[in-house]
Each structure stands twice: as structure tokens, then as C-alpha cells.
Design a protein around this ligand. Structure first.
Ligand SMILES: NC(=O)c1ccc[n+]([C@@H]2O[C@H](COP(=O)([O-])OP(=O)(O)OC[C@H]3O[C@@H](n4cnc5c(N)ncnc54)[C@H](O)[C@@H]3O)[C@@H](O)[C@H]2O)c1
Length: 252
């Protein structure tokens, strides 16, 4: 593996203020990318900027809410020379393991907006720029909840299945333009996602818990980031439309 796979490349990373997105931003900066880290959490972004500096690099951080089209426009406006080589859609929230019969519209709307509509809008915004240059790579973070209904609530599972569909659609329709799109499906990762993961409906959580017995290990954010960076890099030139698990065998 070359240490400078992203030299002279521009990378946009959402969710860069915490967890997996923070690890992706750090790795990309180490590997030579001009990183634009995006997150709704200003404090988290400041921490990421500090970590990147401690690694001996710099990165641009933008406070955005990816559910707002105006903020998507601000990300695009921040791109140097309107160029983007890699989009890593990492930001996401959970849904308190709510089953559909207990699901309120606000939770459904919020989870779909952050996990699916925001990533779609960012893809829609950067694809023309990528197509104009004949190259570009998109890595969308789904979840094993994008492959099975057994690990989260109805809104989260629906949003993450949607991310898989969005990824495959882009991979299929834009391959001839030099674009690749792939999805990563993590299992358990030590991050701050727990903020939106406190179970609210005991019976539903008890039913979901049956599948948690299959968990073999919990990953570090860096362990998932390394897969995202590889898929985003030119080393993965022949990988397009892949949906890759990083779950220690949970769904095996
Ligand atoms: N941690 C896990 O076990 C796990 C498992 C499978 C999939 N995932 C997925 O990994 C991705 C990263 O999550 P994480 O585990 O690092 O969690 P995290 O909570 O540590 O990080 C998620 C980041 O997304 C940001 N974010 C939330 N809403 C946003 C918005 N509207 N606009 C901009 N930023 C927003 C948060 O502020 C946070 O910094 C998510 O898509 C999540 O669904 C996580």
C-alpha cells in the first residue's frame, strides 16, 4: 500500500467530527489528500482538525447540516477549483431501535434525511464535477442494517438499505463516466453513535438482541476507515457497485 494514495486529490468526508468519519479524515490527510471535513458538530470538527494537525497535516472543516440543501451548496462552494476526487458519505444517526408500529414521523423523517437524502444530495452535487473530469469515487457508509432487518429499528434499516440501492444505482449509471460508487456495511464500531441508540421499546430491542449474540468483536473506527479509504482509492479501480461488510463475521 502506497502511503500517498491521495496525493493531489480532494476528498469530502461527512461525519468528520466523530467516529468513523474522523478516522477517515485523518487517514486521508496522512495519505496526501486535501480533506474537507463536514459535520453538524463544530466541537467535533475542531477536535478532528487538532488530531490532523498532530499527525502533521492540515484539513478544512466546515460546519454543515447535510439535511439542508443550502449546506450541501456550501460544501460544493468550498471545493478548490470545483474539484473532488473522493466523496465519503459517513455521517449518520440511529433510530433508538424503534419498530414500525411505534415509529413517529419525526424520527422517520430525521433518520431518512440524515442517512439517505443527505448522501443522495451530496452525490447529486458532486457527480457533475466528477463527470466533467472523467474520474471520481464515492464511498457511502451503510451498515449491516442495510443488509438485514435484525440489528436496528425500522427507520435505520430502511435508510441503510436505501444507501445500498443509491450506491448500486450510481455505480451502474455512471461507470462509463469514470465514476465508482461502493458501500461499506460496518457491524459494531466503537464510536459515539450511541447518542441515538438508546433502546426505547423494550420488546423490540429484546427481539433484536437475539442477533447480537452473533457479534464476534467490535471494531475501531480506524479499522473501518482503512476499508473506506481503499475503496475510495485508485487501487480499487475495478471495484464498482460493491457492498462490503466490515463486521468481523457477524453476518457470515
Ligand atoms: N458505530 C457503529 O456501530 C456503526 C455500525 C454500522 C454503521 N455505522 C454507520 O457509520 C457512520 C458513522 O457513524 P459513527 O459510528 O462514526 O457515529 P458517530 O456518532 O461517532 O459519528 C457520526 C457523525 O455524523 C454527524 N452527523 C449527524 N447528523 C449530521 C448531519 N445532519 N449533518 C452533518 N453531520 C451529521 C455527527 O455529528 C457525528 O459526528 C454512520 O452512517 C453510521 O450509521 C456505524
Amino acid at each position: 500500500m502506497s502511503e500517498q494514495r491521495f496525493a493531489e486529490q480532494v476528498a469530502v468526508v461527512t461525519g468528520a467530527g466523530s467516529g468513523i468519519g474522523q478516522a477517515v479524515a485523518r487517514q486521508l490527510a496522512v495519505e496526501g489528500a486535501t480533506v474537507i471535513g463536514c459535520d453538524v458538530d463544530a466541537e467535533g470538527l475542531a477536535t478532528t482538525a487538532k488530531l490532523v494537525e498532530e499527525d502533521g497535516h492540515t484539513a478544512t472543516m466546515i460546519v454543515v447540516d447535510i439535511t439542508a440543501q443550502a449546506d450541501i451548496d456550501r460544501i460544493v462552494a468550498a471545493l478548490p477549483d470545483q474539484r473532488v476526487d473522493l466523496l465519503a458519505n459517513v455521517a449518520g444517526v440511529m433510530d433508538h431501535f424503534l419498530p414500525v408500529t411505534e415509529l413517529d414521523d419525526a424520527t422517520w423523517d430525521r433518520v431518512l434525511a440524515v442517512n439517505l437524502t443527505g448522501p443522495m444530495r451530496l452525490c447529486r452535487a458532486v457527480l457533475p464535477l466528477m463527470i466533467a473530469r472523467g474520474r471520481g469515487s464515492i464511498v457511502n457508509v451503510s451498515s449491516i442494517g442495510g443488509l438485514t432487518g435484525a440489528v436496528a429499528g425500522s427507520a435505520y434499516v430502511s435508510s441503510k438499505h436505501g444507501v445500498v440501492g443509491l450506491t448500486r444505482s450510481i455505480a451502474n449509471l455512471y461507470a462509463e463516466d469514470g465514476i465508482r460508487a461502493n458501500a461499506v456495511c460496518p457491524g459494531g464500531v466503537q464510536t459515539n453513535i450511541g447518542r441515538s441508540a438508546a433502546p426505547k421499546v423494550p420488546w423490540a430491542y429484546q427481539r433484536l438482541e437475539r442477533s447480537f449474540g452473533r457479534v464476534t468483536r467490535t471494531a475501531t473506527p480506524a479499522e473501518v476507515a482503512t476499508l473506506i479509504c481503499w475503496l475510495g482509492s485508485d487501487e480499487a479501480v475495478n471495484v464498482n457497485g460493491a457492498v462490503v461488510t466490515s463486521d468481523g463475521g457477524w453476518t457470515s
